[in-house]
Design a protein around this ligand. Structure first.
Ligand code: NDP
Length: 257
């Protein structure tokens, strides 16, 4: 089969290191011929990304700084991306943030500031990114974000992030309606637990992974490659009839009672 994303330019946001889900996605998009633009926040992430690109032989079209909790940074990043690429065909939003203290104990103790921070970085950021990206998505395309089952159900310790992911999934639906008329599809992948930097912040993460091995239909956890391929599918024409969807890549765990 010919490459599914040949001639497409896709922006990948959220590579912090080799374990990042965004890096699994980037590799999958690269295999299908996409040209990649990366955004990062911390200088440390830029250093890691630069090394990963060199060792993997993936050539980035552009690497640009973007703090999604700052509107001017999002606008500046997409202005640069647009100036460089002209047209973009896809965006991968693979980022989230909450205070570690809010990812343990009881949700009822969440502070106003902790709630605001999680919503702002993890849910509103998709809205800001979609608004800026749309200006350059003149040929249509796809936007895909990463969510988690804690949006739908109470998962121990996930707390404030579960509520942020619920807002993120609702945002996917509202954005899908707004952007559908421009041929832009907006979807989410709901991944099972994967050991990453962000996952380290969630208390009791090992227990969650063990529960999947015991209870999920596939009796194993998923990896970055599997999430990468599903995200690639949602950015490719193979999924051209799908928008506003949350696709679970979790060994089927979400169907279990
Ligand atoms: P990583 O820690 O590897 O990636 C998180 C990324 O978020 C980092 O690149 C970080 O950049 C970025 N980020 C956080 N805040 C901001 C901000 N204000 N501006 C720009 N970038 C920001 O973890 P994952 O790969 O696990 O996380 C990616 C996504 O996948 C998240 O949405 C997460 O909730 C979701 N997910 C993860 C699961 C898991 O088990 N790991 C399961 C289901 C969903 P920097 O470090 O440079 O600040």
């Amino acid at each position: 089969m010919s490459q599914l994303l040949a001639g497409r330019t896709i922006v990948v946001m959220g590579v912090a290191n080799e374990r990042s889900i965004a890096w699994g996605i980037a590799r999958s998009l690269h295999r299908q011929g996409a040209q990649l633009i990366f955004t990062y926040r911390k200088e440390r992430s830029l250093e890691k990304l630069t090394k990963l690109l060199a060792s993997s032989g993936i050539e980035a079209k552009l690497v640009v700084s973007c703090d999604v909790s700052d509107d001017s940074s999002v606008v500046a990043a997409f202005d640069r991306i647009g100036a460089e690429a002209g047209v973009i065909h896809g965006v991968v939003h693979s980022l989230a943030f909450a205070d570690k203290d809010d990812l343990q104990g009881e949700f009822v103790d969440t502070t106003r500031e902790g709630y605001r921070l999680a919503q702002d970085s993890s849910a509103y950021s998709l809205v800001a990114v979609a608004r800026e990206a749309k200006k350059w998505m003149t040929e249509g395309g796809g936007i895909v974000t990463q969510t988690y089952l804690g949006a739908e159900r109470v998962m121990k310790n996930y707390n404030v992030m579960g509520v942020a992911k619920a807002a993120l999934e609702a945002s996917v639906r509202y954005l899908a309606e707004d952007l559908g008329k421009y041929g832009i599809r907006v979807n989410a992948v709901s991944a099972g637990p994967i050991r990453t930097l962000a996952a380290k912040g969630v208390s009791g993460f090992n227990d969650i992974m063990t529960a999947i091995e015991e209870k999920a239909p596939l009796r194993r956890n998923v990896d970055q490659e599997e999430v990468g391929d599903a995200t690639m599918f949602l950015l490719s024409d193979l999924s051209r009839g799908i928008t506003g969807e949350v696709l679970h890549v979790d060994s089927g765990y979400h169907i279990m009672g």
